[in-house]
Design a protein around this ligand. Structure first.
Ligand code: ADP
Ligand code: MG
Ligand code: ZN
Length: 479
């Protein structure tokens, strides 16, 4: 065990899924031709004035409530001044001393246990544009993203490993996706994370000097970068050195971080309240309305499903990992069927065929097709094996399960007369196994069932086959 322990605090920037930008009417959309979604406000032209987007406020409020934050009735936008080519105004509109909410918490699951991580604050801010380097030897700027709405969610320095950091991020991302607040896309940068890392002697209460890691655009990179940084700081301190407070960038190719710049302090930004924007007032009724609009969150769904439907943690976890999965499951439940069987079927068959892009999920079958398929198994009309075949045939079609079953002549043979002949034939040609069975090795029953299923090309009702076999083998079997 290392003599040091790690301390990690995360800052997450999440883009709000609004139609328009935070302070102007330009579309908030990823992937358009560069500089086509711009106007005097987001270009920072003199004389233009910002006006707050009410939908952005609504989404930010949902996130605050879902994370158990204390909403500030009155908050203030501030100007954060720095110079960078992708920041047309020369300042970013953000919230500094008076963010719209404080003091939340997020429960995470780690190694079978549970921990509650404090959330220091969430504030609203606008995003910057994007610099594109090395375009024909030049650097170009795309301002489509300038002025798009973000919330920044700042955690307390309470995480103690890269695994906990990843668990925190997964849970947070999951919640934001569920709220329809954010699409959770790390690669496209709509959900971005900076990790602050320090080490201290194990058991110490004081915080060590931290570094801030950037460019972590996948969960894997977050974990690798944190582990690397803990190892690097441990080596520095162990050899008598001191960690320098700085911002470091993770390079996934070499699996190392390198120094970008010394860490700026907040006074470097010369924050002051933005005189163009009035304080943001969140009335009690507005907060109440948002609270009532909160959907059931993934954690609550998981707990309910495990408790009421006896789903495994793993199954509940996967089904609650996307609102579209949860909705699909819920719709199936409404149509009827055993919850655990439905869940299992969705996990093993349905999810294999989905395509997912952010909040959009495309299913190849409908809840109705799924519940009909399982009902056919339940009533004994088709076997489990045939159900899989049926499922595959339904994918991408509007056909009903009954239609496909009759098209394919997919009836399960539950006719005792028809099966009895096959059972007798199988037993007659398997003297050795019959001997074994009668001498007590009843496990060979499976062998007989398999033989009968083969003869019927999988169409026999396995339950009925077992019954017929057991009867034939037990009593009047002595020919
Ligand atoms: P900024 O990085 O913008 O200056 P803050 O001072 O609010 O902002 O800190 C940002 C993050 O750094 C928070 O998530 C906080 O938990 C974390 N943090 C602060 N001090 C430490 C530390 N010594 N070790 C690890 N994380 C830290
Ligand atoms: Mg920071
Ligand atoms: Zn604009």
């Amino acid at each position: 065990m290392s003599a040091f322990e790690a301390v990690i605090g995360l800052e997450v920037h999440a883009q709000l899924l609004t139609r328009t930008k935070l302070f102007c009417g330009c579309p908030n959309r990823f992937g358009a031709e560069p500089n086509t979604h711009v106007c005097p406000v987001c270009l920072g032209l003199p004389g233009s004035l910002p006006a707050i987007n009410a939908e952005a406020v609504r989404l930010a409020l949902l996130a605050a409530l879902a994370l158990d934050c204390r909403v500030q009735q009155k908050s203030q936008f501030a100007r954060k001044q720095y110079f960078y080519p992708d920041l047309p105004k020369g300042y970013q509109i953000s919230q500094f001393e008076e963010p719209y909410c404080l003091k939340g918490k997020l429960k995470i699951e780690v190694d079978g246990g549970e921990r509650e991580i404090g959330i220091t604050r969430i504030h609203m801010e606008e995003d910057a544009g994007k610099s594109m380097h090395g375009v024909g030897g030049d650097s170009l700027v795309d301002l489509n993203r300038a002025g798009t709405p973000l919330i920044e969610i700042v955690s307390e320095p309470e995480l103690s490993s890269s695994g906990e950091a990843a668990a925190y991020l997964r849970e947070l991302r999951n919640i934001l996706i569920f709220l329809g607040v954010n699409d959770g896309n790390l690669e496209e940068g709509s959900f971005r994370c900076d990790a602050n890392v320090s080490i201290r002697p194990r058991g110490s209460r004081t915080l060590g000097t931290r570094t801030e890691l950037k460019n972590l655009n996948s969960f894997r990179f977050v974990q690798r970068a944190i582990d690397e940084e803990i190892a690097r700081q441990t080596a520095v301190v162990s050899s008598g050195g001191k960690v320098t407070q700085e911002t470091r960038s993770f390079d996934p190719d070499t699996n190392t971080t390198r120094s970008l710049r010394s860490k700026e302090e907040s006074h470097d930004y010369r924050y002051f309240p933005d005189p163009d924007l009035p304080p943001l007032v969140l009335s009690e009724s507005r907060v109440k309305e948002a609270r009532e609009a909160l959907p059931e969150l993934p954690r609550a769904l998981r707990e309910r499903w495990v408790r009421d439907f006896k789903l495994s943690e793993q199954a509940a976890q996967t089904l609650s990992s996307h609102p579209a999965y949860a909705r699909f499951f819920a719709e199936c439940l409404e149509l009827g069927g055993a919850p655990a069987k439905l869940a299992n079927w969705i996990l093993t068959e349905v999810l294999r065929g989905v395509t997912q892009r952010g909040l959009d999920v495309e299913f190849l079958v409908s809840p109705q097709q799924v519940t009909d398929t399982l009902a056919l198994v339940e009533s004994g009309e088709i076997s489990g094996k045939q159900a899989k075949e049926l499922h595959a045939a339904l994918e991408g079609t509007q056909k009903s399960a009954a239609e496909v079953v009759s098209e394919k002549g997919m009836r399960q043979v539950s006719d005792t007369g028809a099966l009895q002949g096959i059972v007798d034939a199988v037993l007659a040609r398997s003297e050795k196994q019959v001997e074994q069975y009668r001498s007590g090795k009843t496990g060979v029953l499976g062998f007989f069932v398999g033989q009968v299923m083969k003869e019927t090309r999988g169409q026999a009702n396995p339950k009925l086959v077992s019954e017929l076999l057991e009867k034939a083998l037990s009593g009047d079997g002595d020919e």
